[in-house]
Design a protein around this ligand. Structure first.
Ligand SMILES: Cc1cc2nc3c(=O)[nH]c(=O)nc-3n(C[C@H](O)[C@H](O)[C@H](O)COP(=O)(O)O)c2cc1C
Length: 281
């Protein structure tokens, strides 16, 4: 982490909070340090230089990922790092031709993976009765997400950029074939890692105000309309700068969750997961 970065100083704190929430919705400034400063500057990057990563960056990123909490220490996740350009190209096709998948120097497929535990059970000649349940799949998917986010924080602290690729779930069966996955393992998302191409660095994307997502003692939807209007205005300012097609958050939510076709085949995910060894009982 670069300690001279403005986001590690108190002035940097105000600047970082303003970028994340907009000047009108900044929360009160609390404790601050370089780790938080780095996290606050996160943005997804969709264009990468071909430059290789320093030696053993993958091992460092994995050590950070494996340091995440894991439910009951079951460690029900794995990663497949994809170097083969042919496989990369096939994965990019599954993800609607997202070019950063073939472009980035490191592409990681994060798996929800109960197969290792299943093999342990078989070796010990024990039936793992809890394995076929939705709960166990959820544990594995949560574990994978926590590990991946640690990987992202580690990568960004090293000056690298990332973007998650949820579009790997457009076709989990084909992805599993390409990666040679055993039954009980599924790619829940990919992760591009590398150095941002000039012009692709992006800016911090504002989020909903904290009062929209943080409740004290009891949930309330009472403020929804006001929060939405304010956030629509904030995201419009951001989107216009990047000439994005959908300006408001309202438009984004309606487009993403409105038509079923926006799920890009993921409406069949339950059946596909069952076929990959997750009965989801
Ligand atoms: C699980 C997950 C899957 C995602 N999948 C994709 C994807 O397939 N393609 C993409 O360009 N961005 C993807 N993203 C990135 C989000 O679009 C991005 O995080 C969001 O717009 C907020 O922007 P920011 O990360 O720059 O703050 C994904 C993010 C998450 C958490």
């Amino acid at each position: 982490m670069n300690d001279a970065s403005p986001s590690t100083s108190m002035a940097g704190q105000a600047e970082a909070l303003a970028l994340r929430y907009g000047k009108d919705a900044m929360p009160e400034a609390g404790p601050w340090n370089a780790v938080i400063g780095s996290m606050m500057t996160h943005r997804s990057v969709r264009g990468y230089k071909p430059d290789a990563l320093p030696p053993h960056t993958l091992e460092t990123i994995m050590a950070a990922a494996q340091s995440a909490a894991t439910s009951s220490n079951l460690q029900t996740w794995s990663v497949v790092a994809i170097s083969d350009p042919v496989v990369r190209a096939e994965l990019a096709k599954i993800a609607n031709n997202q070019k950063h998948i073939t472009e980035c120097p490191l592409f990681l497929c994060f798996l929800a993976d109960v197969s290792r535990n299943e093999r342990l059970g078989a070796a010990e000649k024990k039936t793992l009765e809890g394995l076929p349940y939705l709960e166990t799949f959820l544990v594995a998917a949560i574990d994978a997400a926590l590990a991946a986010q640690n990987a992202v924080v580690a990568a960004e602290s090293l000056g690298l950029s990332t973007v998650y690729i949820g579009a790997m779930r457009n076709d989990v069966k084909r992805t599993a074939e390409l990666l040679g996955l055993p039954s009980g393992a599924v790619c829940v998302f990919g992760l591009c890692v590398g150095y941002a191409k000039p012009g692709s660095e992006n800016e911090v994307k504002p989020r909903l105000a904290q009062s929209a997502v943080l409740f004290h003692d009891k949930y309330t939807a009472a403020g929804d309309d006001g929060h939405r209007a304010a956030y629509d205005a904030e995201l419009t300012r951001y989107s216009k700068r990047f000439e994005m097609s959908q300006y408001t958050w309202t438009e984004r939510v309606l487009n993403r969750l409105g038509p079923l076709k926006s799920l890009n085949g993921r409406d069949k995910l339950k059946a596909a997961l069952e076929a990959l060894g997750f009965p989801l009982r």
